[in-house]
Design a binder for this molecule. Structure first.
Ligand code: NAD
Ligand code: TYD
Length: 352
């Protein structure tokens, strides 16, 4: 049997594919459109492997997806593919709705047709897992309880709205057609292979380049950071053991302000790559204009996945962030590769 991963050249998808091949030995078909966020170099260690079959294409291309499902006798689909950066969704929302809503719809239509043609135990065992975000729930006040699976959706950014829409479509395919779907809503991930437009890799990259470390507004926004490897483990557990139709929130039980995260990274860099002039990386921190509609706080109540499936985060933030900083220090070539032309254009538009 084979699984189909979409968006497997992106941050979480690539981490998932690398871990999956190592841990299971089960072949993966990896469908990715290779947008600016998709990077084949992240999968370099799988070059030549007969367990990894890369396909360049769109999730919304139902004909292509249908052919892949049938040819590879796929037993499960995990949908990571998305436009994923909030700031880009503010500057240009259309592509977010094309990929995250219409793309997911096209993917689901191909999956529904394929699954409808299966029979017996193969049909019963089939799963479609949609990877989503805690941002669909909107924002929390400091004293509000964390998001649970029953928190009403209240997305605030075009990114979150597009993901919320896709979650609703996925749910409807279960209720209406009986498609055996699974849904996960995870908090902010960090770790190796993350594109340096997101806070943590951006800060590492800018710090080393001697550039400003941009802090939106007062920097007291709170995120619940989870190491990417823990997210991948949770997805595998949900895929293999959760009941069709179930949804699970996944989080790190690790709420931190942006200021605390950035200061932590600066301290690590001071120790690992001290600046020649003796100054501190934190001196590069600079408060800049806040993000419009900026969600103040995210926090995940992950008791359901702990109770039902026994999953818990295993990597403490202090350990995960140290490994992450070390990975970026050791992989300057990967960073150089992804921060070429188009990346520079984005940074120029976003931060000037
Ligand atoms: P990413 O932006 O790093 O990667 C997205 C990948 O999808 C890229 O490889 C890109 O080429 C591909 N892609 C984009 N449009 C496509 C299309 N139309 N067809 C096929 N491939 C396409 O994203 P990520 O951070 O790895 O996030 C993966 C998923 O996890 C997303 O669905 C995101 O919403 C969700 N998520 C992310 C986080 C996080 O902190 N990064 C947290 C929770 C949930
Ligand atoms: P980000 O990594 O974009 O994730 P998300 O917006 O999906 O949570 O941002 C994490 C937090 O960091 C968020 O509160 C916005 C903030 N941020 C900055 O302060 N400066 C930056 O340059 C970026 C990219 C993000």
């Amino acid at each position: 049997m084979t699984i189909l991963i979409t968006g497997g050249a992106g941050f979480i998808g690539a981490n998932f594919v690398l871990e999956w091949v190592k841990a299971t030995g089960e072949p993966v078909v990896n469908l990715d459109a290779l947008t600016y966020a998709g990077n084949r170099a992240s999968l370099q260690s799988l070059e030549g492997s007969n367990l990894h079959h890369f396909v360049h294409g769109e999730i919304g291309d139902a004909a292509l997806v249908g052919e892949l499902l049938a040819t590879h006798k796929v037993r499960a689909v995990i949908n990571f593919a998305a436009e994923s950066h909030v700031d880009r969704s503010i500057k240009g929302p259309t592509r977010f709705f094309e990929t995250n809503v219409m793309g997911t719809l096209g993917l689901l239509e191909a999956v529904r047709a394929y699954w409808g043609g299966l029979g017996g135990a193969v049909k019963d065992a089939f799963r479609f897992l949609h990877v989503s975000t805690d941002e669909v729930y909107g924002t929390l006040a400091p004293d509000e309880p964390a998001f649970s699976e029953t928190t009403p959706y209240r997305p605030n950014s075009p990114y979150a709205a597009s993901k919320a829409s896709s979650d609703h479509i996925v749910r409807s395919y279960h209720e209406t057609y009986g498609l055996p779907v699974l849904l996960t809503n995870c908090s902010n991930n960090y770790g190796p292979l993350q594109f340096p437009e997101k806070l943590i890799p951006l800060v590492i990259h800018n710090a080393l380049a001697g550039k400003d470390l941009p802090i939106y507004g007062d920097g007291l926004q709170v995120r619940d950071w989870l190491y990417v490897g823990d997210h991948c483990t949770a997805i595998r557990q949900v895929l293999e053991t959760a009941a069709p139709g179930a949804s699970y929130n996944i989080g790190g039980d690790n709420q931190m302000t942006n200021l605390a995260v950035v200061r932590h990274i600066c301290a690590l860099l001071d120790a690992r790559r001290p600046k020649a002039d003796g100054s501190r990386y934190a001196d590069q921190m600079k408060h800049v204009t806040d993000r419009p509609g900026h969600d103040r706080r995210y926090a995940i109540d992950a008791r359901k996945i702990a109770h039902d499936l026994g999953w818990q985060p295993s990597v403490r933030f202090e350990d995960g962030i140290r490994q992450t900083v070390d990975w970026y220090l050791a992989n300057a070539g990967w960073v150089e590769n992804v921060t070429s032309g188009a990346y520079r254009d984005w940074v120029a538009r976003q931060y000037t």
